[in-house]
Design a protein around this ligand. Sequence first.
Ligand SMILES: C[S@@+](CC[C@H](N)C(=O)[O-])C[C@H]1O[C@@H](n2cnc3c(N)ncnc32)[C@H](O)[C@@H]1O
Length: 259
Amino acid sequence: MGLKATNAMRRDWNERARKDAFLYIASWKDDWSEESFFASGEADYERLVEPTIARLGITPAESAMGELGCGAGRMTRAFARRFRAVTAIDISEEMQARAKRYLKDSDNVRWAPTDGVSLTGIETGSMDFVFSYLVLQHYPSAELIAGSIKEMMRILRPGGAFLFQFNGSRKATMNWRGGVASAALDGLCSIGFKRVAQSCARFAGIDPDMIGKTWRGVALCSEEVDRMVRSAGGAPAGFEGENSPLAWCFGRKASQGNP
Ligand SMILES: C[S@@+](CC[C@H](N)C(=O)[O-])C[C@H]1O[C@@H](n2cnc3c(N)ncnc32)[C@H](O)[C@@H]1O
C-alpha cells in the first residue's frame, strides 16, 4: 500500500488544489473569499487550539510549532501570528505553493515537503508543539496514520505538546444508497479505474474529486490511536469528540526518563 497510496494522495490533493483549494480544504462552505477563508483559520485557532495549549502549558511566543497538512495556509497564518517559528508541512506542492503566496509576508514560516509519512528535513526533538486538523481523516490506511503519528512524536522535544484530529466515527455518514455507491466507486478507483469512477460519480451527482480512499480515509477508535501514540513515545492526556468524525487526541511527548 505505502508508496502507491502516498502517490495517490499527492496526485489527488494537487488536483483539488488546482480545481478549488479553498473548497477542498474547508468543504463545509462553497463560496469562500480569501478574507472569509483566513478568518475561519483564526476562528478555528481560538476555538480549537487556544484552550488546549493553555492547558498543556505552551507559550506560543516562545515556541516552535509544526503543522502537518497546512493546505493553503488557512490556520498557518494564525500560527505564524502567535508562534516564534512555524514549520508548515504538506504532501501537495500545489497546496503549499498557494500557502506560500498567501503568507508571503510571514517570515517566521518554514515550508517543509513530505512524502506523505516521513518528515525528513525536520530535526528530531526540534518542536515544542505539533498540530494537525482535517488531514489524518483522509488517509487510506491505519498504517499510514501510525507512520505520521510516529513522525509527529519524533520531531517533538521531550515534554513537547501535540494536538491532532482524526476520524473516530465508524458510523456511516451517508444513507445506505450513498454508502453503497461510494464504496463501489472507491473500489473502482483502487483497481485503477479512477476516470471511470469519476464519470460514474458525475452521473450520480457526486463530486468526482471526493471519490476514492484519499478523500474518505479510514476511521480509528481512540484505543487504536492511544496505542499508536504510546508506541511512538507520546503520552495522550485526553481525547475529545470520541466516536465522532472530528475526534481529537492531545498530550505530550514523554520527558526523558519519565515515560
Ligand atoms: C482538508 S485540507 C486541511 C488543511 C488545513 N489543515 C486546514 O485546516 O486548513 C488537508 C491537507 O492535508 C494535506 N495532506 C493530505 N495527506 C497528507 C499527508 N500524508 N502528509 C501531509 N499532508 C497531507 C493535503 O494536501 C491538504 O493540503
